[in-house]
Write a new protein. Structure first.
Length: 81
């Protein structure tokens, strides 16, 4: 599921931020590397919650610094369903 999760997360960021998908890696910092601001981050979390039918509120959004963090948390939450 990890690869599919990464692709879905990457596509959500590309669509929302209008950035090149090639610059998005698991190590990419959401705010610093991808140019998202705090409002973008909240909107993207809401989008990902809808896409994966999960609630990320349980985790502590402030700890999601990289794309890898987001993918890991989504995979954990999806596996709990």
């Amino acid at each position: 599921m990890f690869e599919n999760t990464f692709d879905t997360v990457r596509n959500a960021f590309v669509d929302h931020l209008g950035i090149d998908p090639e610059i998005i890696t698991l190590e990419s910092l959401i705010l610093d590397d991808l140019g998202a601001d705090s409002l973008d981050a909240v909107e993207l979390i809401m989008t990902l919650e809808e896409l994966f039918d999960i609630s990320i509120d349980e985790v502590g959004i402030e700890d999601l610094l990289t794309i890898g963090d987001v993918v890991r948390v989504i995979d954990e939450l999806v596996s709990l369903k």
